[in-house]
Design a protein around this ligand. Structure first.
Ligand code: PLP
Length: 388
């Protein structure tokens, strides 16, 4: 059997896959098994933040894998310690829990919120408000937290304890504050929901409500974090700081990781035996994540992301088929005038460009290391596909 046949035969049909076998990658160019090359403007849905096989990241990962590939969390490892200390100092959070995916990071955030509240207020204050059109993961709990009916099918019974508020509608959110709420969980830019940024005033009003009522603000930065929007965390641009922030995707540079960051208020909520993970904080993953931190926080890097985003957005706006752009920085949603986003994605793939969709939009999440030449090459393909 070839790669596609064996995968389709022996793995569950969870994904609507495209018949393209990625074989090798370097920087922002990927080569398939037939030797055809593609410019990457999807970065594996935001994970390959430094592009494919970034030299420093590869050295860090390979160096660590030769020393110690795994340690159980009863013991300490230097890469986990280094990563945790550096990420806390960069973000201003107090502690973190390390898991393996965005959904797991959000599971931990939910546990922190519920335990914070039950430690302080007792049993009946466990409701979490999330937003309609949100996406928080594929575990049963994070599906229940996701504010889209389409995800609330088949897997009954779903856990309870989530209510959904209309995004950017403060009155609707306030009407859900019935005294049982322990947390409000948001993405400042809804990624899977169609690259929709929340209003800054709305986010600030939520932060104020949380502060006044001792409700925890959970910000899911699984897709927006680690420089994607031009600041290390997207919440910085909204003028708020969450009590709990989750990261995944980009922070691993392409290896599985989930991070739940907590502030001082929540620093001691998780106690021995109340949470855990076998692989969380794996030394190889943490060594790679340190290499990601090195590059994202290098002087000038985030400014270069803003410049790249401004250039890319400016060029996209000139394409006649482009109706409007959404998102912030290098998290870009493109509303098209006449064409179907999914058809455009497939046509772009055929023409040698990897792009994504989110709801009815074309979505771009280019590696943050993309060069001007690679951007121009990608834009040329997109223009041709969009008939410009
Ligand atoms: C905002 C957000 N939260 C959570 C997740 C789930 O992350 P993972 O697939 O790593 O579990 C995603 C994935 O797309 C996401 O975009």
């Amino acid at each position: 059997m070839n790669t596609i046949q064996a995968t389709d035969q022996y793995t569950m049909r969870a994904f609507g896959r495209i018949p393209l076998v990625e074989a090798q990658g370097k920087s922002c160019t990927c080569t398939d098994e037939n030797g055809k090359t593609y410019i990457d403007m999807g970065s594996g849905i935001g994970c390959n933040v430094l592009g494919w096989c970034n030299d420093a990241w590869v050295d860090a990962v390979c160096g660590q894998v030769k020393k110690l590939q795994h340690a159980c969390n009863y013991y300490y490892t230097q890469p986990q310690a280094e990563f945790a200390e550096r990420l806390c100092k960069i973000t201003g959070f107090s502690r973190m829990f390390l898991g393996n995916s965005g959904a797991e990071a959000n599971e931990c955030a939910i546990k922190v919120a519920r335990k914070y509240s039950s430690d302080k207020y007792g049993k009946n204050r466990g409701t979490i408000i999330t937003l309609k059109n949100s996406f928080h993961g594929r575990t049963i709990e994070t599906l229940a937290a996701t504010g889209q009916d389409v995800f609330h099918r088949y897997f009954y019974p779903f856990p309870t304890g989530f209510v959904f508020a209309e995004a950017n509608n403060l009155d609707d959110l306030k009407s859900k504050l019935d005294g049982t709420v322990c947390a409000i969980m948001i993405e400042v830019i809804q990624g899977e929901g169609g690259v929709c940024a929340l209003d800054k005033d709305y986010v600030q009003a939520i932060a104020n409500i949380c502060e006044e009522q001792d409700i925890l603000l959970l910000i899911d930065e699984v897709q927006t974090g680690v420089g994607r929007t031009g600041t290390f965390l997207a919440q910085e641009q909204f003028g708020v700081k969450a009590n709990v922030t989750t990261l995944a995707k980009a922070i691993g540079g392409g290896l599985p990781i989930g991070v739940t960051l907590v502030d001082e208020k929540c620093a001691d909520v998780i106690t021995p035996g109340t949470h855990g993970s076998t692989f969380g904080g794996n030394p190889v993953v943490c060594a790679g994540a340190c290499a990601v931190l090195n590059q994202i926080t290098a002087p000038g890097f985030l400014d270069s992301v803003k410049e790249k985003a401004a250039y890319l957005r400016g060029e996209l706006q000139k394409i006649p088929e482009v109706d409007s752009l959404s998102g912030i920085g290098m998290m870009i949603g493109i509303t098209l005038k006449t064409k179907d986003a999914h058809d455009v994605m497939l046509a772009a793939n055929d023409a040698g460009l990897l792009i994504l969709t989110a709801k009815e939009k074309v979505r771009l999440l280019p590696p943050l290391t993309i060069t001007k030449e690679e951007t121009d090459a990608g834009l040329a393909i997109l223009r041709s596909v969009l008939g410009a």
